[in-house]
Design a protein around this ligand. Sequence first.
Ligand SMILES: [Zn+2]
Length: 292
Amino acid sequence: MDPTTTTTTSPTVTFLPGKRGALNAVVDGYRYTKNGSHKENVYYRCVEQKTCNARITLTGGSLSSSLPTHLHPSQEADLAVLQTKSDIKKKASSTDLSTKNIVSTSLGLLDFEGVARLGCQLSSLNRMSQRARRKANRTPPLPTSLEQISIPSSYLTNDHGENMMLWDSGYTVERRRSFMFGSIDSVNLMNQYDAVLAGLPRSNNFVEGWHNGFQTLVGGSNPTLWTFLTALKKEENITFAKKVKKMMGEGPEAKRRKWRLYDERLSSIVTDFEQYDPMDYLSCIGAILFDI
Ligand SMILES: [Zn+2]
């Protein structure tokens, strides 16, 4: 092999959404906008085209021309800002992460200079994220009065096509409106659970647990009507999976050992209530509760 042969790796080409949705090419810290194409070659020119005449050619997504000279410094900091904004929009439209979560994670792409060149308030990044999500979900406009609420059919059925709205009171003279959501299946399932739990309504901890889980599904504390209904649909998927598991003969998930022991101790004392001196009985129960 000829020892003088050197392999030159061409600079990495990345793409960023530019104005009007067209993708800009980013090479070596400069941004280029598409200028035309011929066969497999795509021609780009520097975005600062009023003052800079730099051009590149890409073939199959790789740089096939030499790197041009620009009449201005590189745009690294501006590119980081654009990348951050594009990252926020992408996450908002493709994930269920909260706005705060998306914005704070994406801000990690910016260093000191990047933040300085952000060119907008931090709160407008939140709004940008929310706008991108609305656009992606195409959620209907929010109703401004109870009378106006008209729920589109996509929110009225679960992912298995079953009806989810069991009742709508309509707009009443007391200016109230109630809806009942669920599937007939989930209502039946709840009744069977009630039967199993009939002997043990000791606490409402399991309801609290459900609320915590549901809040995670909603992803925030002041959801819009559409976000809330979307979360209900997701909850339905969990209920459906539980129902199938139950039909396959699987019992409820095992309690943690600590709670199982606690139940056993409490139940043995309560069963032997007659044999206890009242003060001893209360002390024992107190001791168990204190032990948790
Ligand atoms: Zn240039």
